[in-house]
Structures are given as C-alpha cells and as structure tokens.
Design a protein around this ligand. Sequence first.
Ligand code: TXA
Ligand code: MG
Length: 350
Amino acid sequence: MIMKETKLLSVRDAEQDKKNIETAANLLRQGGLVAIPTETVYGLGANALNPQAVEAIFTAKGRPQDNPLIIHICQPEQAEQYAREIPSAYYALCRRFSPGPLTVILKKKDIIPPETSGGLDTVAIRIPSHPVARAIIQAAGVPVAAPSANLSGSPSPTTAQHCIHDLWGRVDAIVDAGECSVGLESTVISLAGERPILLRPGAVTPEQLEEVLGPVEIHQAVTGQLEGDGKAASPGMKYKHYSPKAKITILRGSSAQYTAYVNSRKGPGVYALCFEEDIPNLLVPYVSWGSSGSESSQAHRLFAALRELDQQGAQRVYARCPEKSGIGLAVYNRLIRAAAFDEQEAKETF
Ligand code: TXA
Ligand code: MG
C-alpha cells in the first residue's frame, strides 16, 4: 500500500492546543484519516459522509468491508440528520448516558453511504465525552466515522503509542492525548428492532440500561461463541478479535488455585496474565492487569496488557477470569475472544 506521511499531534488540553485540533479537523474535512482519542479507546476517524474517506479506513486497518462503522457526533439531536424513526428510548438513553461510552443503533437515512453502514439499513451513533474528541468533531463540522484505531485483529489501542505501532505510515495524523480512561470499546445497543438488544457490553452496563429501558435482551454472542455465519446482528462479533500472538487460556478459581496451576506449567514462553494480588505467589513471568476487586481497573489495563505479552514474547498465557457482572461482563467479553473461547477450571491434576 501507499505509505503516507503521518503527523503526530499532541493535545494535552483542548483549549491550549487549538492549533493541533484545527489541523486534525482540517484533515478530516479534506477526506483524511486521523486517529483520535476517546474515553473508551482511540478511534480511526474519517468523514462519515465521504465514501472514499471511509473506504480508506478499511484499507488502513485491513478491516472486512461488511463490518459497519460507528459515527461520532457531539449532540444527541444531530442523530436526526442521519437516522429515521428515532424512538423516544434513544433520547431517554442520551439523557442518562450522553456524552459517554454508549453506541445506539438506529434505522439510517440515505445520507449515510453504504460504505459507512457496511451495506446495512442501520447506523451506529455515539456521542463521546472525551474533550479532545469533541473539540475535533466540532471543529471538523462533519460526523466522524471511527472504528478502533488498531490493525484489524489486534487489541484496541488505549494510548497513542499503540496507534503509532499499528498505523504509522498508513494514516494522515495521530492525535496524542494520553491514556484512555475506560480502556474498552463502548456498549452497543440496538434500538432498530422491536425490542432493545445489547450487542456489545461496555462501561454502560446491562443493569444501567435496564434502569432506563426496562428488560434488555443480551445477544448470545456477548458471552458465547456466535453460531452460524453471516447473520450476525453486529457484524463485528463474527470476526476473530484482540488476538495476541500467544495462546491464552482463562482459568476460573481463587488466587491460590490460579497461582498453583500456573506455577505447575512453568516453562519457556509461559506467562501469567494475572491480577496484582497474584504476583507474590507466581513463579513464572507475568503481566498484571488490574486488581481482582476492581473490574474497572481490569477494563483500563486489558488491551495494553495483551500488547505487552506480545512484546515480551509470551507464547502460552494463563489469565485470571474476571467477574462477569457490571463492567466485568465487558472485560470477560474481550478476554474470551483473545483466548479464542478457551476457559477452564484452575484445578490441578497431579
Ligand atoms: O468505543 C468505541 O465504540 C470505539 C471508539 C473509537 O468510539 N469504536 C469502536 O468501533 O469500537 P469498532 O468499529 O471497532 O466497533 C464497532 C462495533 C462493531 O462490532 C460493529 O460491527 C458494530 O459496532 N456496529 C457498527 N455499526 C453497526 C450497525 N449498524 N449494526 C450493528 N452493529 C454495528
Ligand atoms: Mg475494533
């Protein structure tokens, strides 16, 4: 592919670094590709209404063309330009969770090109809270289509360094605003059908959604493996995700059971993907990813930890199993994909 000259634009403060915000916004308006920080993960942005610009996202990421993109806007009402038959539930969700880590699927208007919607009749709308994302979208004056700013298949980027690693020379600019606070991609809920259905768990939890909407169906692919093929409600669910080079197994059990099991597997390339409390009892090299009591610390660290394992040359990784409630459901959803659905009990078989 053609190599691009990539600009690195540091924005520590949306007010003070106005010049870099303007540069990023101009590139987006001109049909360029810009990696931008959000509170969830970094996104690879392009003008959502420009089919060529959107196509370039797929090329830069190596992403399958039928996997639709989320469009990012600043205000809830702007959805009316891009979506039709918007139910009142959309505004109810916005009142409670916008701006923030929530994406809502609505029926789309024709102005959204098929390149953006992956040929579907729906459009995914998100209103990010990150001040730098908001400043760039506002200045660009266009809705910004943005998938996570990683190469397709690798862990989502939570720092500008991750974007540089994956996309340097493939995009026009990377905006560096430090670490993302949440660390996992947004919750995706569809309001385009008869009943609300959760397609991807995130920091906005099923319990919180139900407080606003009443009963919410959780798509089977959220905790399990998708059966069948092309009929995925959310096409992203059918692709292999977040796969590090190492083979990962998730181990259920206490810290003591986990460390005993992992220590018994000690050998070349064997690593633990552990919680902080496990460290004192481990006899194998490890990367830690938050603490056992705090699912939000695990969310914050997971993707960076998966990248660190690759960098250290890990080949066989044993991971602690997170709690599956609250934001832990989202953590588990990402980890089980990284582990290609390999989960076991941490029971010794001496
Ligand atoms: O937090 C996030 O959502 C980040 C930041 C950058 O905003 N973006 C992100 O985008 O994670 P991406 O493309 O990596 O994931 C979008 C997910 C995919 O699984 C995709 O299939 C699904 O949302 N999706 C997008 N449009 C959809 C639609 N119209 N119907 C169903 N699923 C859709
Ligand atoms: Mg992604």
